[in-house]
Design a protein around this ligand. Structure first.
Ligand code: GDP
Length: 297
């Protein structure tokens, strides 16, 4: 229900247009596929992915002997689910502790997402420790403290300007001592083309690898869905510079650009693991490709 509501804008604009277009056709022909591809591109699915979806559709229409244009929508939903589920969307956090490194440019919803993810695991009965390693802005540390309280997570923080790797070291020591299940590390969100940001991330990763050599580790990149193609570009740049195991796509509720999920997954091969559909603590869901595709198309 929440997902359907969250995707309302995308459904009403892009998917609504596809629906009207399909209704205007009596037969499935090249013109239909051309118009569909164009609408998918306009819906932020991206040129490459829109082309791929239409190619897959043509094959299926032929193989299944589909003749009614109205039936196309179900096939799109199925193809979307297939593309989005390739490689799996599960968080792998089986060790105690396990650790999630959270990366993203300022303003994308990184802090909010960390709070929501913490809440998600606390609700499952897990012990969560937040590491306030975005020490660049005092406000970031304060915000994270508020989210720790709201979600029932512990937090390890030092002052503004302290060494992020030292904060992570402290958080890991504290987690080991307390029997924490999941450590979630906030990192600085200054622009990715700055070498020092990537150096800082590398240093944090070295500490994690040294202190938790056998732990399950996730590195989540937070992206703002409302920025559409920009989010895809950001993901590409980060993925080039540092290992990313999954995407958190935020603000899907505020945008008609929900199709960008497909562009990110298909062009970069990085699975979407969580989606944000609102500002509240429980407005975050583990990403379910089938449910998402059904809610969208
Ligand atoms: P950060 O700078 O990346 O840490 O961004 P914040 O976590 O402070 O979030 C920036 C703004 O985006 C805040 O006003 C959040 O409430 C809002 N926000 C974050 N996630 C979502 C979401 O899924 N939906 C909506 N509508 N707003 C969100």
């Amino acid at each position: 229900k929440k997902l359907k509501d969250g995707l309302k804008k995308t459904r009403e604009s892009v998917v609504g247009q596809i629906d009207s277009m399909l209704q205007a056709f009596t037969v499935i022909d090249d013109e239909l596929f051309d118009e569909l591809e164009e609408l998918l591109v306009m819906g932020d699915v991206g040129v490459e992915t829109a082309n791929k979806i239409c190619g897959m559709l043509r094959v299926r229409v032929r193989e299944k002997g589909i003749t009614k244009p109205a039936k196309i929508m179900d096939e799109i939903a199925e193809i979307s689910a297939e593309i989005l589920s390739e490689g799996g969307n599960e968080m792998v956090l089986n060790t105690q502790p396990s650790i999630i490194l959270v990366i993203g440019v300022n303003g994308v919803g990184k802090t909010t997402s960390i709070g929501k993810i913490a809440n998600y695991y606390v609700q499952q009965g897990k012990k969560v420790t937040l590491a306030a390693a975005d020490t660049f802005r005092a406000a970031a540390i304060d915000q994270l403290k508020i989210w720790a309280e709201r979600s029932g997570a512990d937090i390890v923080a030092q002052g503004e300007g302290s060494d992020p790797a030292a904060v992570v070291f402290d958080a890991i020591s504290s987690a080991k001592a307390k029997g924490t299940d999941v450590i979630i590390v906030d990192t600085a969100g200054r622009l990715h083309n700055k070498k020092h940001l990537m150096d800082e991330l590398a240093k944090i990763r070295r500490i994690i690898d040294r202190e938790l050599p056998d732990a399950d580790k996730e590195a989540l990149l937070v992206l703002d869905a409302t920025t559409g193609q920009n989010a895809v570009n950001q993901a590409a740049e980060f993925a080039k510079a540092t290992g990313i195991t999954g995407i958190v796509l935020t603000k899907l509720d505020g945008t008609a650009k929900g199709g960008v999920v497909l562009a990110i997954k298909d062009t970069l091969g990085i699975p979407v693991k969580f989606i944000g559909v609102g500002e509240k603590v429980d407005d975050l869901q583990p990403f379910d490709p089938e449910e998402f595709s059904r809610a969208l198309f």
